[in-house]
Design a protein around this ligand. Structure first.
Ligand code: PGA
Length: 250
């Protein structure tokens, strides 16, 4: 049985006072155990705050992106080692907003994935098709190309501690969730493709679903055979919603 993981993606939301309350609520409730893992990926300036409030709790934290470079003249960028300095366990790589708004292509995403692995972080690699691509029936080709670019750069061994998140672009922040069956189909496809490189690793690999996960739909999604938890945007900003989603993961 794969352990489930529920990871919050705060995106560019938050503030010191608001975060303090949110993190406090999470620690009070989610710290009580349960059979799943829980994490929050916060904006860079709040990593120290997350570390301060979450250290010695069951909740992990991480960044939302990182530089593909280890160090150097890259104004505005943040390296894997810097995230590790603040106790990060995870980093999101290749989120669709990074791909569509900040020009990250499959190759840059692959380079960032490699930087995360080399830096000792667990990347949460996001894959997903747009609505046009789904309607054109090329979902599997798109996912395969996104995945293969990373496999080529990082090798299957790079996935030993990685997490994959299937996030259909049309479901992110839209309130339109993939049906459990739609998500399961793509998750099974991803696992099968990974099994082509290493069957045992593919069986262990956590594949999260992301895209308008809410307390109301989480249990059904997480009940599917190949869905191992969720990457949660909007609902991760509301303590009661995020906690309910964590409980749905077991
Ligand atoms: P959402 O975002 O839950 O608000 O749809 C998910 C994500 O972008 O990771």
């Amino acid at each position: 049985m794969r352990r489930k993981l529920v990871a919050g993606n705060w995106k560019m939301h938050g503030g010191l006072a608001r975060n303090r309350d949110l993190l406090q609520s999470l620690v009070q409730e989610a710290g009580k155990g349960g059979g799943s893992d829980c994490a929050v990926c916060v904006p860079f300036p709040y990593l120290a705050q997350a570390q301060e409030q979450l250290k010695d709790t069951a909740i992990a934290w991480g960044g939302q992106t990182l530089s593909e470079h280890a160090q150097g003249a890259y104004t505005g960028e943040v390296s894997a080692a810097m995230l590790v300095d603040f106790g990060c366990r995870y980093v999101i790589v290749g989120h669709s907003e990074r791909r569509s708004l900040y020009g990250e292509n499959n190759e840059t995403v692959a380079a960032k994935f490699v930087a995360a692995v080399q830096g000792g972080l667990q990347p949460i690699l996001c894959l997903g098709e747009t609505l046009d691509q789904r309607e054109d029936n090329v979902t599997e080709q798109v996912i395969a190309a996104q995945l293969d670019a990373v496999l080529q750069a990082a090798d299957i061994s790079g996935f030993a501690n990685a997490v994959i998140a299937y996030e259909p672009v049309w479901a992110i922040g839209t309130g339109r969730t993939a049906t459990p069956q739609q998500a399961q189909e793509v998750h099974a496809f991803i696992r099968q493709r990974m099994a082509g490189s290493d069957a045992a690793l593919a069986q262990r690999l956590q594949i999260l679903y992301g895209g308008s996960v809410k307390p109301q739909n989480a249990a059904e999604l997480f009940g599917m055979a190949d869905i191992d938890g969720g990457l949660i945007g909007g609902a991760s900003l509301v303590a009661q919603d995020f906690l309910a989603i964590c409980r749905a993961a077991g």
